[in-house]
Design a protein around this ligand. Sequence first.
Ligand code: SAM
Length: 286
Amino acid sequence: MNYRHAFHAGNFADVMKHAVLARILTYLAEKPAPYRVIDTHAGAGVYDLAGPEAARTGEWRDGIGRLRAASLDDETRVLLTPYLDAVASFNTGDKLEKYPGSPAIARAMMRSQDRLVACELEPQASVALARSLGRDPRAKAIAIDGWTALTAYIPPKERRGLVLIDPPFEQPDEFSKLANGLEAAHRKWSTGIFMLWYPIKDDDAVNAFVRKLTRARIAKSLRLELHLATAKDENPGLRGSGLIVVNPPWTLYDEMTMLLPRLAKVLTRNDKTAATVEWLATEVSR
Ligand code: SAM
């Protein structure tokens, strides 16, 4: 396990992922009944943007740095407020020194009745995660393989909530692990909301993944993508960020249709941007 999220914390992919996470948690909090968040690949919790890792790549400057500096229209600001408030709660004033990862954002947004299970296998990150969650009785950091946790911890007793699956994509088989993991988890908890992140670097891998999900007969999945450069660009690195949201809140399609193109504009490195918001049609085999 070589991946360290500290190098990438707050980059454009985190901004997209965490803005969607915050929309989903806002929706879940509309009802008083408790919800549970299960974060299978949680990372270290909170990241120091002045630390050596973040400083070396500076990726956050093109992500949360740009977003915080942007002038946003009212509609966009309203949709981003839960996310931006969560980020602000880790910082003082306008200075941006810390960036909260997914478990920290979830914890910042949860109510007293909600619960978080955050799984992280890399030893250093897992110690940092436990430290960042502190003694909060609502939140548990567990050093367990996220793929095992995915099926072991569901369905949660609350029967409503979100599973975030955000692997590091270090291994060539991670796209198929993601698709197979979702299929197995969805069989155990067909009404849960699942949010899966994937990198947009290799179009063939993404297309094969989406085809596999389409064949999996998982009803109601939303495909969200932010493309910041085209495949032909020189040295494009991570060209885009993708999310599949299974059982999305009914509000999410409209929210993302509005928000993603605007986010793409704010986060662009070279004006070549596109946003995708589409339902994955279920393939019916006869
Ligand atoms: N979800 C985090 C966020 O949004 O802030 C970022 C997670 S990062 C992309 C992926 C994390 O998964 C890394 O911290 C890595 O150490 C961890 N990881 C890698 N393999 C794992 C496994 N099998 N089980 C749990 N965590 C794992």
